[in-house]
Design a protein. Structure first.
Ligand code: IMP
Ligand code: MG
Length: 350
């Protein structure tokens, strides 16, 4: 079988734990390239590496795999200050020598951030992250935005990411494509107008990095074992403050749910099958990664063997598999990379 790339995307409102899943896959599968698609620095991926917690907003979450080339696709918005700050912060991972930024990436300028946080509609209604992504995408569409190739500080990182990624796939190399946000935040398929400024489906992520759908064999959709949402917009089945107070499990979940980028409190709800079904359909999921199982089932914390999960947790998972018709191949039982159950079939994945 010809090797193809895998794409991993968020199934709902972002913050599903993609950062951890991606860094797990990078450590396990050792891809030659990890390439980031998605919107831009509005997304925060949390990665625990070398015993420390890192929140990356621009650098691909695959950085703990020190042999991988780290690329940012043309569709992604780049804030040079944020990106260069992360390169510096991740010095011990040698990111500087492995990073490539597509020369066509649109640049976020100070003025975009101002427009994002000064607009009452964006700030108070949509409750954006204030990182300037929406206004920068506006200027890209108007064809007045700057691109990475116009920024001297980015010169040494400039690359033709689509060419690099296509050549790598064609020569049998292993490529992992990471998305940001989640389908419920897509400007097309999400809870409009409470959405981000771009489509966030797997197809859009492929477009961001410049490869066609025939180049991908696996679409991994990440769901959390419950739902969380930061910012404005309706959240079906939202757990009320009263309910949170009454349940130890929800109390703990609520405490842990704070935005990586903004530090805002996230709202929480039960897993929603209608939402998940739609997400699996539009993303074309071939596998599901289920995260934070340990928060819903504390007895499963740090378990790495599927058979050792509690009966309730197994039942919960099997119900998801049955209702969505897609196998749950990866299960996260804690924030560390080691707390992962990997049920993928070895012959299919390296
Ligand atoms: P924007 O993407 O900053 O324009 O924000 C639009 C909406 O998407 C707001 O409700 C944000 O909270 C939400 N959002 C954007 N990026 C993320 C993310 O990475 N995780 C969770 N929510 C996000
Ligand atoms: Mg996040």
């Amino acid at each position: 079988m010809i090797k193809k790339a895998a794409v991993i995307v968020g199934g709902a409102f972002g913050d599903e734990g993609k950062g951890k899943m991606i860094s797990y896959l990078c450590k396990k599968d050792k891809p030659d390239i990890v390439v980031r698609g998605g919107v831009g620095p509005n997304a925060g991926h949390t990665v625990i590496a070398k015993g420390k917690r890192y929140g990356t907003r621009q650098v691909p979450s695959g950085f703990p795999n020190e042999n991988a080339r780290l690329l940012i696709g043309a569709g992604v918005l780049v804030n040079p200050e944020v990106l260069l700050g992360e390169v510096e912060k991740l010095k011990e991972f040698n990111v500087n020598s492995r990073l490539g930024v597509d020369y066509r990436c649109t640049i976020i300028e100070e003025e975009h951030k101002k427009r994002d946080s000064k607009s009452a509609y964006l700030r108070e209604k949509v409750m954006t992250t204030g990182t300037g992504c929406g206004p920068a995408n506006e200027d890209r569409v108007k064809r007045i935005a700057k691109r990475a190739e116009d920024i001297p500080e980015l010169k040494k990182y400039l690359a033709d990411v689509s060419l690099e990624v296509n050549c790598a796939i064609d020569s049998g190399k292993n490529v992992l494509i990471e998305g940001t946000q989640g389908l419920s935040l897509s400007v097309y398929y999400g809870t409009y107008p409470y959405v981000t400024s771009k489509d966030t489906s797997s197809s859009a992520i492929l477009s961001d990095v410049g490869i066609g759908p025939t180049k991908v064999s696996e679409v991994i959709v990440v769901f959390k074992s419950y739902l969380s949402r930061v910012g404005g917009g309706y959240l079906e089945g939202e757990i009320s403050d009263e309910e949170i107070k009454k349940s130890e499990i929800w109390k703990k979940i609520h405490e842990l749910e704070r935005g990586t980028v903004t530090g805002r409190q996230r709202r929480v709800a039960k897993f929603n099958f209608k939402l998940a079904k739609n997400s699996v359909m539009i993303n074309g999921a071939t596998q599901i990664a289920l995260t934070c199982l340990d928060l819903l089932f504390p007895e499963c914390s740090k378990i790495t063997d599927y058979e050792k999960l509690s009966g309730d947790a197994k039942k919960y998972m099997k119900n998801i598999e049955k209702k969505l018709g897609v196998p749950v191949t990866l299960i996260s039982t804690g924030p560390e990379l080691e707390s992962t159950i990997d049920r993928r079939k070895p012959e299919k994945f390296n």
